[in-house]
Design a binder for this molecule. Structure first.
Ligand code: UD1
Length: 370
């Protein structure tokens, strides 16, 4: 009998570390035929290929090569290209991860072709519909057949939205699998910065959300706040391409450099996690980094008004701050008391594979879970 074909979709940087543990768990035995579909939303070495190397992923079986563009363009390009693939090679399931445009676009295509869809990292909600990722989460979850959640709050969000309990399975946080997979490499990685600064004597910053970088006033406020943090702890700031372009456009790059902030190119996974693991604190607006710092017990200051990952506030090391409150929060942060979050244990990929094995071949018309 032919092995079922599973498409694993990855498009942007935060997807690659979610797909990697899953790919390795799925290919550990031969019950299914897994194929990586890279949409090409992120395309350059710093944002894409390097993560394939870090995680020992094979070259993507399909690369849709869509590149950058407006949301509508990018989404439409992904949909057209993925539809062509699904028509020529009908997968038995399409697995999407996270909340980027690639997640939503490929889920839409698969569902319209009656291909069952599973969403890993389902149920997260910031409640903020100005975030493009929140729209992607809502749309993807509303049509997915199987909803794999990382935490209890995600289950509750889905139940509140009327999802059937039978379609929701709490599998845990796949980002922790990614970290555990590469922990030995991360722990032996020596970056230039680590050679110069002992552990727990510097801050790491990552900022790229449109709400923080797309307007000159928002980005200026963030830059000022980072300059204040630099007075307390040296700041190392690997700069996302969106932020790099905005710093140039608004002429703010030199302010950071003059204040002594270390600006770096975007880093690979192992280098970045080595930097975070040894940091005194992290300032971010990323979703995944709120989780990784909580897992590692590193204080995290999130420059956002809300988070779709509230478990990092209640059980982790995360706190929400504004540019105006950042430096005071950094100064007065209490010592971290680290608690284990249920199912954030490095076994999420195994639970996902078990779930998929149970469901493959059992989905009814158009993917309905029976
Ligand atoms: C996307 C995701 C966001 C995720 C982030 C992580 C959506 C809606 N947003 O945002 O959720 O947190 O990725 O990085 O899906 N660029 C490069 N090289 C690349 C890719 C992009 O230089 O390989 C440049 C683009 O030209 C563009 C900018 O980075 O100017 C932003 O890229 P884009 O994919 O539009 O969105 P992100 O801000 O990265």
């Amino acid at each position: 009998m032919k092995a079922p074909i599973i498409h694993l979709v990855a498009g942007a940087r935060p997807n690659f570390m979610k797909v990697a543990p899953l790919w390795h768990a799925l290919t550990a035995d031969s019950w299914c035929d897994s194929r990586i579909v890279h949409t090409g939303q992120h395309y350059d070495d710093r944002m894409s290929s390097r993560f394939f190397r870090d995680f020992k992923l094979p070259q993507a079986h399909y690369n849709l090569g869509v590149g950058s563009g407006t949301h509508a363009h990018q989404t439409a390009d992904i949909m057209m290209a993925y539809e062509a693939i699904c028509l020529s090679e009908r997968p038995d399931w399409t697995v999407v991860v996270g909340d980027v445009n690639s997640t939503m676009a490929t889920a839409l295509v698969a569902k319209k072709l009656c291909i069952p869809v599973a969403h890993l990292e389902a149920g997260l909600r910031s409640g903020d519909r100005t975030m493009p990722e929140e729209i992607n989460r809502l749309v993807t979850d509303s049509i997915a057949d199987l909803l794999w959640t990382p935490s209890a709050d995600a289950d509750e969000n889905l139940l509140r939205e009327g999802h059937d309990r039978g379609s929701i399975e709490r599998v845990g946080n796949i980002m922790i699998d990614a970290f555990e997979m590469l922990r030995p490499v991360i722990e032996s990685t020596a970056t230039d910065h680590l050679t110069r600064h002992p552990a727990a004597t510097y801050a790491v910053a990552t900022i790229h959300r449109p709400s923080n970088v797309d307007s000159p006033s928002d980005l200026s406020a963030v830059v000022e706040a980072l300059m204040d943090v630099q007075q307390e702890w040296p700041v190392v700031f690997p700069v996302h391409p969106r932020t790099e372009a905005a710093l140039e456009r608004f002429d703010l790059r030199s302010r950071l450099l003059n204040a002594g902030v270390t600006l770096l190119e975007p880093l690979g996974y192992t280098e970045f996690m080595a930097l975070v693991r040894n940091a005194r604190l992290v300032v971010t607006d990323s979703g995944g980094i709120q989780e990784e710092t909580s897992y590692l017990g590193i204080p995290c200051f999130t420059l956002r008004e809300n988070t779709e990952r509230p478990v990092t506030l209640s059980q982790g090391t995360n706190r929400l701050v504004s540019p105006a409150t950042l430096v005071e929060s950094v100064r007065t942060a209490p010592p971290v008391c680290r608690r284990a979050i249920e199912y954030w244990d490095g076994n999420t990929a195994r639970r996902v594979v078990d779930s998929l094995r149970r469901h493959v071949g059992r989905a009814g018309a158009c993917g309905a879970i029976s």
